[in-house]
Design a protein around this ligand. Structure first.
Ligand SMILES: [Zn+2]
Length: 366
């Protein structure tokens, strides 16, 4: 009897499992993310989006896609360039935002989250009433939407930072659209806001990438102070954690020689880099800087559009795993090809299913 009942239950539950070709339901923190592609992989391109942004009209034959395609490693720089390439030649265009305008303002920015390590940074910022900018990876938003929502609701600026963190100069125009549009969609679903500012991974931008940004109504957000804290997550990088606060100390000490305010780059994906964010915040705060979001210190709007969306009511499910999409390396040298695939991204549903089966079997075994 027991075997028959259990078998029937297993069969019934398995009938709820996704059939080939159909995405499983993926609910994270109450958000239905079933439509999104696997984390940390270049997301599928979409012809409708390409047409909407008129991507086909971009014609820059002198700015080819760099090889290797979709690179997670830094592509080699050419000896000369016909384009304004920031990574290789430190070239910026007037459309790029790299610094706060006023001398006494500082825009702290944190990239590659949200993650669990975002939370202490958020709490420290909120405690002193400071605002900062968080450049969001779609793949991390998929894992931690509730943290993304907390950051947004606290009044910090959300900027978009791609889905899979590739070097954009190694991606086609259509792939760049997909990287940003998937990420914009998940940010909008969670917060209701569509960011205006986009940060290219590794600051890798040239005129072709800028042309795609312009078509999508995105503004390049760069920086004028790099902590290089991402090196802390790389084994044998030789980077001392104290160098992060050492950089901030030096920047503050030499601020008199600068004509603009600061826009600094840190990361909230790894404990090593996020751990340095708190003493760095303390240094900048005590030095008397006005800590603003990037858009505040530039004097623009942070979002193209904003609508109000409710926070979903989360119904706990015994045996579920609400953080299935783990943080993956995204540092420049660490690489982020990742090992999370569609099956892994969908695993919580199967975990819930397996948990239900085991729970039912356990009850019947009693
Ligand atoms: Zn990044």
């Amino acid at each position: 009897m027991l075997a028959t009942t259990a078998a029937a239950l297993v069969a019934a539950l398995l009938a709820l499992a996704p059939t080939p070709g159909h995405a499983a339901t993926l609910i994270i923190d109450g958000y239905d993310f079933s439509e999104y592609p696997p984390a940390d992989q270049p997301p599928p391109i979409n012809a409708t989006w390409n047409a909407k942004y008129d991507i086909a009209s971009i014609n820059l034959p002198n700015v080819p896609v760099k090889n290797p395609l979709n690179s997670v490693e830094e592509p080699p720089c050419p000896l000369t360039s016909a384009t304004c390439d920031w990574t290789c030649f430190n070239c910026t265009r007037p459309t790029d935002d790299v610094a706060c305008k006023d001398h006494n303002t500082w825009a702290l920015s944190y990239d590659d989250g949200p993650s669990e390590y975002t939370v202490p940074i958020l709490e420290a910022l909120n405690k002193i009433g400071a605002k900062a900018t968080f450049c969001i990876l779609g793949s991390r938003a998929l894992a931690h939407p509730a943290i993304l929502r907390r950051v947004y609701d606290a009044g910090h600026q959300i900027c978009v930072h791609t889905w899979s963190h590739r070097f954009l100069t190694t991606q086609t125009n259509e792939q760049i659209v997909a990287e940003f549009e998937w990420t914009l969609r998940i940010i909008q679903q969670v917060t209701g806001a569509r960011p205006l500012y986009a940060r290219p991974p590794f600051g890798d931008i040239d005129d072709r990438v800028r042309a795609v940004f312009a078509k999508m109504n995105l503004v390049p957000l760069l920086w004028n102070r790099d902590t290089f804290d991402w090196k802390l997550a790389s084994a044998n990088s030789g980077f001392d954690a104290k160098w992060v606060t050492g950089n901030f100390t030096n920047w503050i000490a030499t601020a008199g020689s600068t004509s603009t305010g600061f826009m600094s780059l840190e990361h909230d994906l790894y404990p090593q880099s996020a751990g340095q964010a708190l003493p760095a915040l303390d240094l900048v705060s005590k030095a008397g800087y006005k800590l603003q979001t990037a858009s505040q210190c530039i004097g623009t709007n942070p979002y193209l559009s904003v609508v109000s969306v409710p926070i979903p009511v989360v119904v706990p499910v015994v045996g579920s795993n609400t953080s299935p999409v783990g943080a993956l390396p995204t540092g420049r040298s660490a690489g982020n090809s990742g090992n999370t695939n569609a099956a892994a991204a969908r695993s919580p549903v199967l975990s819930v299913l397996a948990g239900c089966v085991l729970a039912v079997l356990a009850v019947h075994a009693l």
